[in-house]
Design a binder for this molecule. Structure first.
Ligand SMILES: Cc1cc2nc3c(=O)[nH]c(=O)nc-3n(C[C@H](O)[C@H](O)[C@H](O)COP(=O)(O)O)c2cc1C
Ligand SMILES: O=C(O)C(=O)c1ccccc1
Length: 406
């Protein structure tokens, strides 16, 4: 469902002129010329992981960078991008460009949102509010994780006028789920992203080898600890028995018994748009549509759940063909550069979510680091679009790409 012509530009989007995006490049060169200053963060976004390794302790680094099993799916995510190549076209007047897009009624300066990532306090004390502020400042979307280390009301306030999307881990206890949804609504979140691929945590050797569970060592699950329905299920308050609270959380944060029939319950408890995250099969995408959902995120959770699963981008064209006309098809898993965003949009994604790159930015420099990463991504997206002969994201299509080695 392409909604470029939808109305109601949001205030944050309007504040960011497209010209400012590739202007970031000029700004960097200018600082170099006038102040002999270099950016201080990598501008090769594929180098962020190495930079973050230097500043993070092994536990948090392994948790963020790590994947399920042998890492086959993590690698497949990148390999799937490498199989497609952009074919630049010339003499098409790309002097004025439009990166903006409206996704399910949310106006974005570019079709980019920060993916929901839990327990961000393990990488930087500024955590989730810093991400919400950085995304909003650039006119981008931000999806807050249920496993946020900051209570959702505080993150909502940090997002200001920016879009507020909330990611749900559908708890086993319906009262907890209903309570989380009611709080999210009251805090001004408008869109719900329901993650379906994490009925339990995947097999993650880096965390297992270090016996590292982020929730045990920080205020990781603050969002739950502040929830009245969650607290009601505890034998003792978390202040008296923190370990008991974490154990209770681990047993109920997600529900592997869910089926498609349960989506009706969700509709009764959320009156805004609902997006299902973790879809990689065209039949599941059709079921989402038939169940009245508004969108899906084609995603394999950044390779953290099923080792051996297909690269997410390999699933995108088939899913987009099946439901792209009926549903908002979003994409994540493996997006690292502006060129990657161009490829995902050309293959039918309406917008992309970016995960680890911004988490590395947060680790390196708090809000400033997140902003750096997002600005680099947008500048590179803008330049790649222009230099390949496209004046807007809406001009991207399958004919913008060719399959390598085919
Ligand atoms: C450290 C970490 C924590 C995550 N936590 C969540 C979460 O709480 N909820 C969720 O839906 N997805 C979570 N994800 C998955 C991301 O939303 C996203 O699908 C994934 O990171 C995209 O892949 P990428 O990192 O290659 O961009 C997490 C990912 C990472 C790396
Ligand atoms: O680590 C993850 O990938 C994830 O999705 C998660 C699950 C529970 C709590 C925090 C993050």
């Amino acid at each position: 469902m392409t909604t470029d012509d939808a109305t109601e530009p949001g205030p944050a989007a309007a504040a960011v002129p497209t010209a400012a995006l590739s202007g970031f490049q000029d700004e960097i060169y200018l600082h170099g010329l006038l102040e002999e200053r270099v950016p201080g963060y990598p501008t090769d976004l594929s180098a962020l992981e190495d930079a973050a390794r230097e500043v993070l302790a092994p536990g948090p680094f392994g948790y963020v960078a790590g994947a399920a099993g042998t890492g086959a799916t993590l690698r497949a995510n990148r390999a799937a991008f490498d199989r497609w190549a952009i074919v630049p076209r010339m003499l098409r007047d790309v002097s004025v460009r439009d990166l903006s897009r409206t996704v399910l009624g949310t106006r974005l300066a570019a079709p980019v949102l920060t993916a929901p990532v839990g327990v961000l306090s393990i990488v930087h004390e500024e955590a989730e509010p810093a991400v919400a502020r950085a995304a909003a400042a650039l006119g981008l979307g931000s999806v807050l994780s249920t496993a946020s280390s900051t209570p959702m009301e505080e993150v909502a306030a940090a997002a200001g006028d920016g879009p507020r999307w909330y990611q749900l881990y559908w708890a086993r206890d319906p009262e907890v789920t209903a309570s989380l949804l009611a709080r999210a609504r009251a805090a001004g979140f408008t869109h719900l992203v329901v993650t379906l691929d994490t009925g339990m945590l995947g097999w993650r050797p880096r965390d297992l080898d270090q016996a590292y569970l982020p929730f045990l060592r920080s205020t990781g699950i603050a969002n739950y600890l502040t929830d009245p329905a969650f607290r009601a299920g505890l034998a003792k308050p978390p202040e008296e028995d923190p370990f008991g609270a974490v154990a209770h959380w681990a047993g109920m944060f997600s529900n592997p018994a869910l089926t498609w029939a349960d989506l009706a319950w969700l509709r009764e408890h959320w009156d805004g748009p609902v997006v299902l995250k973790g879809i990689v099969h065209a039949d599941d995408a059709r079921r989402a549509r038939d169940a009245g959902m508004d969108g899906i995120v084609v995603s394999n959770h950044g390779g953290r759940q099923v080792d051996g699963a297909l690269g997410a981008l390999a699933a995108l064209p088939g899913v987009a063909d099946a439901v792209g006309a009926d549903l908002a098809v979003l994409f994540d898993s493996g997006v690292r550069t502006g060129a990657d965003i161009v490829k995902a949009l050309a293959l039918g994604a309406e917008a992309v979510l970016v995960g680890r790159p911004y988490v590395y930015g947060l680790a390196l420099g708090g809000e400033d680091g997140v902003r750096h990463v997002l600005r680099c991504l947008l500048a590179e997206l803008d330049l790649t679009l222009a230099l390949s002969g496209h004046a807007s994201v809406g001009e991207l299509g399958r004919d913008s790409l060719v399959q390598q080695g085919v």
